[in-house]
Design a binder for this molecule. Structure first.
Ligand code: DI6
Ligand code: FE
Length: 419
C-alpha cells in the first residue's frame, strides 16, 4: 500500500499574517511566563514579531488574521533521537522478553538489532519511505516540527545510504526539519563476526567519507556498549568524523558504565544519550563540553530498567537535559513524544519546565538547531503549535491524549490531524 499524505505539504495554506488571541509560551523552559492576549506576526514563513497584542507595532497589523481562540501556543516540538527508518518489526522479541529472556540475551542469540538489519536490507527505498512516513505522521500530528533520524540498520555502504536518503526524502515530502545521523557503528553485521576492527575500518575509511561527500550526514553516532562497540572503536569513529568536520554524539552508558560520555565530551559531542549508568566524572565532562544529556524514557520503560539516569547530578551540574522517543523497533516502539514528556516526569522526576525544555530548547541544542528551532522569536522559521489546553503543565500531565488544535510547520498551516 502506497502511503501519501492527504494534502501534499507544498499545497498547505501559508501561515503568513497575524495570529491573535493566543496564550504565548515562547520559551518553554519558563512556563510560568506564558503571555496572555498575545499575537504572532508571520511573513514569508518566518516569525516577524511576537508579544502582547496591545504592543503590536502598527506595521504588522495587516494581512490575513488567524484567531487562536485563546489557545496555548508553544514552539514546535523536537524529537532529537530516533531510528525511524527500518524494515520489519520485533514483536516476537517483546514476547520472548515476557517469558524471561533479557535484551542482551536476545541480541546475543542473533535477534536484536541484527534482525532489523536483515529486514532493512531486504526492503526497497519506497517500502522504507512508506513505512517511515506512516510513523512520522504520528509524530507530526503531535506537533513535532524537527526530528533526528539515524541510520544503523543497513551496515553496508549501500544500505546505510538507502536509509539516509529515505530520511532526506521524508524531510522534503513532509515539510519537516530532519537532521540525519550516521550510526554505521550500531551493531556488528553478521558477515564481520569476530572482525569488529575490520568493520570499524570500513565505517571510517569508506562509509563515512562516501556518505559525507553525498551530503547525507549531519552528525555521527556510535553504540558504545558491551553488546556493541568498545571505547577504542568508538574513538576511532569519532576521529574519522572529526577529520571530516562532522559533529558527534553517543549512545552512552545505557546498560553499563563504559566511560563513553567522558570520551564523547573530549570530542565536544552534541549529546550523550540514554546515560542510565552515567558516572559523576561523565557528568562533569559533559558540563565542561556543553554536551546535552538526552533522556529516553521509552527505552527505560520497554526494557523495564530500574537503574535511573542521574537526574539530580545532571541538574546540579547544569547539564541541559533533552527528552526524545528513541523510536526503534527493539527497545522503544513508541510514536508519541507527548507520552515521553509524561514519562520523563513520572519515571525520571523531571519538573514540568525541565520536561518542556527537553522537547524544545534543549532538544534543539542536541541537534545543533538552537539558532533556529525550539523557541518562538522574531527571525526564526514559523514552527509553532496551538494546543486545546489551558496551562503548560497539561502538556506533561495528560497521557494517551493528543490535544493539538493546529500546527504551523515551516510557515504552513497543517490542519491534518491524521486518524
Ligand atoms: N540503543 C537503543 O536503544 C537502540 N539502539 C541503540 O543503540 C536499540 C535498537 C534496537 O534494538 O533495534
Ligand atoms: Fe537509540
Amino acid at each position: 500500500m502506497k502511503h501519501t499524505p492527504e494534502i501534499p505539504f507544498a499545497q498547505r495554506p501559508s501561515a503568513d499574517g497575524l495570529w491573535i488571541n493566543l496564550q504565548l509560551l515562547a520559551d518553554p523552559a519558563h512556563p510560568d511566563v506564558a503571555l496572555p492576549d498575545a499575537a504572532i506576526a508571520v511573513r514569508d514563513g518566518q516569525i516577524l514579531w511576537c508579544g502582547a497584542a496591545a504592543q503590536l507595532p502598527l506595521e504588522h497589523a495587516h494581512g490575513p488574521r488567524h484567531d487562536g481562540g485563546g489557545a496555548l501556543v508553544t514552539p514546535g516540538l523536537i524529537d532529537c533521537h530516533t531510528h525511524l527508518v527500518y524494515g520489519g518489526q520485533r514483536a516476537n522479541e517483546f514476547a520472548m522478553r515476557l517469558t524471561g529472556a533479557s535484551y542482551e540475551e536476545v541480541a546475543r542469540a542473533g535477534g536484536g538489532i541484527v534482525s532489523t538489519v536483515h529486514a532493512t536490507r531486504k526492503a526497497s527505498d519506497d517500502e522504507l519511505f512508506d513505512r517511515a512516513s506512516e510513523r512520522l505522521l504520528n509524530l507530526l500530528a503531535e506537533g513535532v516540527c524537527a526530528i533526528e533520524i539515524k541510520s544503523g540498520y543497513g551496515l553496508t555502504l549501500a544500505h546505510e545510504r538507502k536509509q539516509l536518503r529515505v530520511a532526506r526524502r521524508l524531510a522534503e515530502a513532509h515539510g519537516v526539519t530532519v537532521r540525519t545521523t550516521f550510526l554505521g557503528a550500531h551493531a556488528l553485521p553478521p558477515e564481520y563476526a569476530g572482525h569488529s576492527g575490520d568493520y570499524i575500518d570500513l565505517v571510517c575509511q569508506q562509509m563515512l567519507p562516501a556518505l559525507h561527500a553525498e551530503e547525507l550526514i549531519d552528525a555521527v553516532d556510535v553504540f558504545c556498549e558491551r553488546i556493541a562497540f568498545s571505547l577504542e572503536e568508538t574513538e576511532r569513529v569519532f576521529q574519522a568524523a572529526q577529520m571530516l568536520g562532522l559533529p558527534v554524539k553517543l549512545h552512552a552508558e545505557q546498560l553499563s558504565d563504559m566511560g563513553g560520555a567522558a570520551l564523547a565530551a573530549r570530542y565536544l559531542a552534541l549529546s550523550c544519550d540514554h546515560i542510565e549508568h552515567l558516572s559523576p566524572e561523565g557528568i562533569a565532562a559533559m558540563r565542561e563540553a556543553g554536551t546535552v544529556a538526552v533522556l529516553l524514557p521509552g527505552a527505560y520503560y520497554t526494557l523495564r530498567d530500574t537503574h535511573l539516569p542521574p537526574i539530580q547530578g545532571l541538574r546540579a551540574a547544569g547539564v541541559p537535559m533533552a527528552v526524545a522517543t528513541d523510536h526503534n523497533p527493539g527497545t522503544s516502539p513508541t510514536l508519541s513524544l507527548l507520552l515521553m514528556l509524561n514519562m520523563a516526569c513520572t519515571l525520571f522526576r523531571l519538573t514540568v519546565p525541565e520536561a518542556l525544555a527537553g522537547v524544545t530548547t534543549h532538544a534543539a541544542r542536541a541537534l545543533a538547531l538552537h539558532e533556529t528551532h525550539g523557541r518562538i522569536a522574531p527571525g526564526l522559521p514559523a514552527n509553532f503549535v496551538l494546543w486545546a489546553l489551558r496551562e503548560p503543565a497539561e502538556l506533561s500531565y495528560w497521557f494517551g491524549h493528543r490535544p493539538v488544535r493546529s500546527v504551523v510547520r515551516q510557515g504552513r498551516i497543517i490542519r491534518e490531524i491524521m486518524a
